[in-house]
Each structure stands twice: as structure tokens, then as C-alpha cells.
Design a protein. Structure first.
Length: 242
């Protein structure tokens, strides 16, 4: 189970917000909510909203996600009162956002699977949100496993995660792909525009179930687990933190 967040950043505070979420919130989430940080990324502004951050949090199962909400929704403002100072600090960095509850495909890698996967951190990531006809998201994921993942691998892109949206009509999927160099990404997109290559063929072939989709690019926060190869912890904190 995952919580996916698009976070709108105030002014020039993106670096501060990403640090606050990884070094300051990451250890708290693990200790109090059994929550793992899967990734924190900045959106490449030329491809999407800016300044914006994407967070992805991992939970063991539905019970763990329910426990997270049980802990969080305890205060008068529906915020854990023990985190008043943390919330106040975060409020100066962000103005709002949009969250999704996601269910990973059974074959999708967890953050633990990725811990030793990248000897060298990826150069960047493709974040692909796909909307399907109602009831088709599960079919979409299975098609991705059989055809989409090897098609992207042929272009040099590695699957980071494959998910469908919960609390919906089984009509939305999210894929995150990594690439080792920007030249690999640019060649991939050039082939997409030209309609050549296995990945472009996969997208054409799935149009009977896909109603819309968009790709944006992401870059790792400095303390994101996919860059560190581990969960950020208190040793990553600076001299002061809330």
C-alpha cells in the first residue's frame, strides 16, 4: 500500500521541504507509523507543475495504512498533536497538494528491493499517470508486466513501481521508470514521438483500454532512499530540526 502525493511548494522552499520530509519526517514515520519513504522527488518544471514535489510512502498492508490514519487524525485540527512543531515548519514550505492511495502490483518492487539495485543513482525518472476505462486498471498492470516492462527495458528504462489507484473505479494506473542518463531519456522520447520502438508500440496497442495519460519527469531529492540506497535517518539531519 502506498500514499502518493503531489505537493505544491511555496516560492523557493523546495529544497527545504524535501529535506524536511526525508531527514525530519522519515525517521518519525518509521518509528510511529511503520511507514517507509519510497521516494521524494522534485518535478522537472518544464514537464509539469512547478515548483512541485512528489512523495511516495510505503505501508505493509491495509492494516498498516489504517494505523497511519489512526495515529494522524487525533488532534483538534485532524493532525497528530505531538507533531505540532513539525506541521508548523512544513506549513511554511508548502501550500497544499493532491494525494492518492495506491495498491502496488504483486510484481512491483518495494523500496527494500531497490535498496541495493542502483549502484549508481538514476539520472532521473519518468512518472507516467495512465487513465483507463472503468475496471481496466488491473488489466493494464498485467499488460505492463508482460509487454510494457520489457519494452521499456529495451529502451534503457527500468521499472521503479507499478500501481493502481484505490478508492476509485479501477480506472487509473501509475508507472515510475528510471533512466541512467539524460541521453537515454531523450532517445526514448524521440522514439515515442516518431512512433518507433517497442515502448511506442506498446502504447499504441493498449489504446483500447486507455482514455488518457501523461508523463512528467522527476529528479531525486538528495536524501531520497533511491539515491541513498537506504532509508534517511537521524544521522542525516543538520544541526537543527523541529
Amino acid at each position: 500500500m502506498y500514499i502518493h502525493e503531489f505537493i505544491d511548494i511555496i516560492g523557493h522552499h523546495r529544497a527545504e521541504y524535501m529535506y524536511h520530509m526525508t531527514a525530519n519526517w522519515g525517521p518519525i514515520g518509521r518509528a510511529e507509523r511503520d511507514q517507509l519513504c519510497f521516494g521524494v522527488w522534485g518535478v522537472v518544471g518544464s514537464t509539469g507543475a512547478w515548483p512541485q514535489v512528489v512523495n511516495l510512502w510505503e505501508y505493509r498492508d491495509w492494516d498498516a495504512l489504517g494505523h497511519n490514519f489512526e495515529v494522524e487524525l487525533t488532534g483538534a485540527g485532524l493532525q497528530d498533536p505531538s507533531l505540532d512543531a513539525w506541521w508548523a515548519k512544513a506549513a511554511g514550505f508548502r501550500s497544499g497538494g493532491v494525494d492518492r492511495i495506491l495498491v502496488a502490483a504483486e510484481w512491483s518492487p518495494s523500496v527494500a528491493d531497490h535498496a541495493a539495485r542502483f549502484d549508481v543513482p538514476p539520472a532521473g525518472y519518468v512518472h507516467e499517470l495512465v487513465r483507463c476505462r472503468p475496471g481496466a486498471a488491473t488489466e493494464m498492470l498485467e499488460n505492463a508486466r508482460e509487454v510494457g516492462v520489457p519494452a521499456h527495458a529495451a529502451a534503457g528504462l527500468t521499472l521503479v513501481g507499478a500501481f493502481r489507484r484505490a478508492l476509485a473505479d479501477d480506472d487509473e494506473c501509475l508507472f515510475i521508470w528510471s533512466f541512467p542518463a539524460w541521453s537515454v531519456w531523450s532517445a526514448f522520447e524521440a522514439a515515442e514521438i516518431a512512433g518507433t520502438g517497442d515502448a511506442a508500440a506498446w502504447r499504441r496497442d493498449r489504446r483500447d483500454i486507455v482514455t488518457a495519460g501523461e508523463r512528467i519527469l522527476l529528479a531525486d531529492a538528495p536524501l531520497s532512499p533511491l539515491r541513498l540506497g537506504r532509508q534517511p535517518d537521524v544521522t542525516d539531519r543538520g544541526p537543527t530540526h523541529p
